[in-house]
Design a binder for this molecule. Structure first.
Ligand SMILES: Nc1ncnc2c1ncn2[C@@H]1O[C@H](COP(=O)(O)OP(=O)(O)O)[C@@H](O)[C@H]1O
Ligand SMILES: Cc1cn([C@H]2C[C@H](O)[C@@H](COP(=O)(O)OP(=O)(O)O)O2)c(=O)[nH]c1=O
Length: 188
C-alpha cells in the first residue's frame, strides 16, 4: 500500500501525518522532497531557491523523486508506506510546462510507480490566506495565494487524469473529522 498525503502548503498534511504515525505504527513514513540522503541535499537546493531556472528547479525535484521511489517505495513494496507529497506535487508545481509533458517526465522518474491511495486536503482561498498569514514562507510559498490555488487545481486535475484512487477532503474541517475520513478511506 503506497499512500500519499497531498495538498498545497498549510493544507494540514503534517498535522494529519502526526496522527497517522500514532495509528499506523507498523507503517513507513517518508516524504518528498528529502526522503533519502541525496534527497536531503536536493531538498535544500530546491527550497532555498538556488536555481534561477524553473526547469532546473523541477529537475532537482525529479532527481529527488527518482531516488525516493527506488530507495523507499520500491524497496518496501510489501509494507504500508505513507508519504508526505509525491509526483502529484511534482506535476502540479511545475506549472511552466504542460500537464502532459510533466506527467511523462514524472512517470520516467517514478518508473511508472503510482500511489495506491491519494488523499488531497483542499483549502478555500479564505482559509489559505488565514493560514499563510501565520507562517514564515519559503521561496515557493512566497509566490502567493493565487499561485497556490492554481497549484491546488492542477493537483486535482492530475489526480483525475492519472485515474488514481483518491479522497478529496475539505481542509477546513476539524482535525479530528479529517483524520476520521482518512482512516475510513484507508480501511475501505
Ligand atoms: N483541520 C485544521 N483546522 C485548523 N487548522 C489546522 C488544521 N490542520 C492544520 N491546521 C493548522 O494549519 C497550519 C498548517 O498545518 P500543517 O499540518 O503544517 O500543513 P502542511 O504540512 O500541509 O503545510 C498549522 O498551524 C496547523 O496547526
Ligand atoms: C514535491 C515537490 C514539492 N514542491 C514544493 C512544495 C513546497 O512549497 C515545497 C516543499 O514542500 P514541504 O516539504 O511540504 O514544505 P514544508 O515542510 O516547509 O511545509 O516544495 C515543488 O515545487 N515540487 C515538487 O515536486
Amino acid at each position: 500500500m503506497y499512500v500519499v498525503i497531498e495538498g498545497i502548503d498549510t493544507a494540514g498534511k503534517s498535522t494529519q501525518l502526526e496522527i497517522l504515525a500514532k495509528k499506523y505504527k507498523e507503517a513507513i513514513f517518508t516524504k518528498e522532497p528529502g526522503g533519502t540522503q541525496i534527497g536531503i541535499k536536493l531538498r535544500q537546493m530546491a527550497l532555498e531557491g538556488e536555481a534561477k531556472s524553473k526547469l532546473a528547479e523541477m529537475f532537482l525535484f525529479l532527481a529527488d523523486r527518482a531516488e525516493h521511489i527506488y530507495e523507499v517505495i520500491l524497496a518496501n513494496k510489501d509494507k504500508m508506506v505513507i508519504s508526505d507529497r509525491s509526483m502529484i506535487s511534482g506535476i502540479a508545481y511545475a506549472k511552466n510546462l504542460s500537464l502532459q509533458t510533466v506527467i511523462d517526465l514524472n512517470l520516467i522518474a517514478t518508473n511508472n510507480t503510482l500511489p495506491t491511495h491519494v488523499i488531497l486536503l483542499k483549502l478555500s482561498k479564505e482559509e489559505l490566506q488565514n493560514r499563510l498569514s501565520k507562517k514564515e514562507h519559503d521561496s515557493i510559498e512566497a509566490r502567493g495565494i493565487d499561485y497556490l490555488l492554481e497549484i491546488q487545481n492542477r493537483m486535482e486535475e492530475t489526480i483525475k487524469k492519472l485515474n488514481l484512487n483518491y479522497r478529496f477532503i475539505d481542509a477546513s474541517l476539524s482535525i479530528e473529522d479529517i483524520s476520521k475520513d482518512i482512516e475510513d478511506f484507508l480501511n475501505e
